[in-house]
Design a protein. Sequence first.
Length: 172
Amino acid sequence: MTDYDAIVIGTGQSGPALTRRLAGAGQRVAIIERGRFGGTCINTGCTPTKTLVASAYAVHVARRGADYGFSTGEIKVDMKRVKARKDYVAGLSNKGVERSLKNLKNGTVYEGHARFVGPHEVEVGGETLRADKIFINVGGRTSISCRGICWCWAAAISASNSARCTAVSAAR
């Protein structure tokens, strides 16, 4: 069993900031991530969505070129390139969070699923960690009610699914 002053479960919005603050104050901190560093916002929510919206806005402005005093040919959307840009931008943030936590003095990163085995004990990857302070910073998942709505349409509107989009139909 490894003892820490604090354990932080999850690397979403508050996990890394809390970990840095505690470690900066000299506390030994374990941070546990079972999936991708940065949580929902960086990987499937805010960052990819805003990147996709920025690409859509660029297309919108280009199509209205005459309103701005210029003309262009036909504007085409290459969704594979739009998705590649979205993945690149989100990847920068994801890797940045991972790198900063793995290089944090007084911080130890554990990758795997955390499971409580006692009031002050968490198990991850077969190892038991103990701390008086345990912070749960786990993300969200889309919950979609299927009553009165087509499942395919509902699945398409979740952040996780829309971020994987590779094709688009023309809307004018």
